[in-house]
Structure formats: C-alpha cells, structure tokens
Ligand binder design. Structure first.
Ligand code: TMP
Length: 211
C-alpha cells in the first residue's frame, strides 16, 4: 500500500495513523519510505535532496530514485510481502511519474523503460493520494518548517508552478487507474481526512474484510 501526495498533504501523518490501527488489531506490517528504505537508499536520498546539486537533470533524478527503489524492493518490500506482512510505503513510483514526469518534464516512455528495468513495473495493491491545492500544501508542509529554519532541500526550492504540475500529474494517474487509487481530499482538518482514509481502506482492513 502506498501513500502519495505533495509535501504538506498529510500522507506521512496518516500513514502512521493507519499503522497504529493495524498494530492495535495485530495485523503484521512494515513501514518504509522512498527515496530511502535501505542504507543505500538513504545515501541516494541524501544526494538526491542535496542543495549542492541545484542543476540536477530530470533523468539523473529519475535514475537515482529508481536505483533506490530497486534496492528497496529487493531488500525490504519483497521479503516482507513474502513473509505475509503488509507494506505501508511513503511514496513509490507514482511520485516519480508526478515529480520527474509532470514536474520536470521527463517523458512517460523514458520513465516506463527505467521502471521496467528497475522494478518490472511493480505496482502497489492500493494507493492513497492525499490531494489538496499546492499552495495550501506549501503552507502546511515540512518544507515550510525547513524554510523557516534555513534548511530547505533541493525539492523545497522548487516553484509553486512546479508543485501545481506535480499535483495535476498525480490526479491524472488516479484518473487512469481508478481501481488502485483512492483520492483523499486532505484540504480539511486531519480528523476529516482520517475518516476518508478509513473508508478508503475498509475493503482491505474493515471488520470482517481482513486479508
Ligand atoms: P519526502 O519528503 O516525502 O520524503 O520526499 C522527498 C522528496 O523527494 C519529495 O520532495 C518528493 C521527491 N521525490 C521525487 O521527486 N521522486 C520520487 O520518485 C520520490 C520517491 C520522491
């Protein structure tokens, strides 16, 4: 299961909440994230977000996130699934289509080729897209906190127009794959979003609906 959206969309907070609910019910799961999830992935993440590389090309970004993703799949995700554990992942390939594709303008065909090479075009069973206007996400996100602390990362430095394209890229993905995606309006208070999240997962984890 993946949690997707802009920084400030609340995806990570809600991932933690879903995890607590699963733990309460004795359901086995693993929490992980991208880029990262492994020691190598974390090292790639640090390079990926480093402000020393402001001119990083979109295809270089693409290769870095997929390098992290392949290692993550091999080392963490596939073994967890094979052991019968659910995997709750903060971002996955949809982030790449939204950020590197819609945001940076890397063409879809190139992304699909690298995806095939790195993951065999692996997709989650369920993706929650936390959707809200880019401007509101900016005000809420940790990029805002990092900005105030003078520690913005390379992606925080992007324009509002970039984040609007990313949002649109996500929505386009959700429209193309309605069976996998659940679009959660996260522009309201967290309690309202939590209700929508529970509804979006009820068929997987609802009473009597466990797998
Ligand atoms: P995070 O702050 O949600 O952990 O994400 C780190 C940043 O990396 C965020 O700005 C989105 C970006 N990102 C991409 O551009 N492409 C990707 O494939 C992934 C996984 C993240």
């Amino acid at each position: 299961m993946t949690f997707e959206g802009l920084d400030g969309s609340g995806k990570s907070t809600h991932l933690e909440r879903v995890a607590r609910r699963l733990a309460d019910r004795g359901i086995a799961f693993e929490i992980t994230r991208e880029p990262g999830g492994t020691e190598l992935g974390q090292a790639i993440r640090n390079v990926f977000l480093d402000q020393r590389f402001p001119g990083m090309d979109g295809r270089v970004e693409l290769l870095l996130v997929f390098a992290s993703r392949r290692q993550h799949l091999l080392e963490v995700i596939e073994p967890a699934l094979a052991a019968g554990r659910h995997v709750l992942c903060d971002r996955f390939t949809d982030s790449t289509v939204a950020y590197q594709g819609a945001g940076r303008g890397v063409d879809r065909e190139t992304i699909a080729r690298v995806d095939e090479l790195a993951t065999g075009a692996r997709r989650p069973d369920r993706t929650l897209l936390f959707d809200l206007p880019a401007e509101l996400a900016r005000r809420r996100g940790s990029s805002h906190k990092r900005r105030r602390a003078g520690r913005i990362d390379r992606l925080d430095a992007e324009t509002l127009a970039f984040y609007e394209r990313v949002r649109e890229g996500y929505l386009e993905l959700a429209r193309a794959e309605p069976e996998r995606f659940r679009v959660i309006d996260s522009s309201g208070p967290p309690e309202a979003t939590a209700v929508a999240v529970d509804a979006a997962l009820a068929d997987l984890f609802g009473e009597g609906g466990e797998r």
